[in-house]
Ligand binder design. Structure first.
Ligand SMILES: [Zn+2]
Length: 116
């Protein structure tokens, strides 16, 4: 019997493992174990690349894309909200991520432009 890899199942398992790894990264980051947290983030990203699975959106903004530090607001990240976006500054390397603040935009769109 030829050994066939089940892509869909592999990817589902990869996603589950990524979630576990991000959970571990958060735990380490909260205990100020930045190096361990970074390693878990790195592992999760590699897993995603290997199985062609995207980083779940809820974790995408939780780590620094420059130095892979797991970002915890007020511990190693500064978070500012303004003009429909969130600006996250990594305090480890100084990288800045600007993320569109979708919820706010959707609300604004629903209300129409007269709201502003
Ligand atoms: Zn960084």
């Amino acid at each position: 019997m030829p050994k066939r890899r089940h892509r869909g199942m592999e990817r589902r398992i990869a996603l589950e493992r990524m979630e576990i790894l991000f959970g571990l990264a958060e735990k380490e980051a909260l205990q100020s174990h930045a190096a361990r947290a970074r390693r878990y983030v790195d592992l999760a990203r590699r897993l995603g690349m290997r199985y062609n699975v995207r980083v779940p959106p809820e974790y995408k903004r939780r780590f620094c894309k420059e130095c892979l530090a797991y970002l915890v607001p007020s511990v190693n990240a500064r978070v500012r909200v303004g003009r429909g976006r969130v600006v996250v500054t990594c305090l480890a390397c100084g990288a800045v991520q600007r993320l569109p603040f979708r919820a706010e935009r959707q609300i604004a769109r629903a209300r129409g432009r007269t709201a502003q």
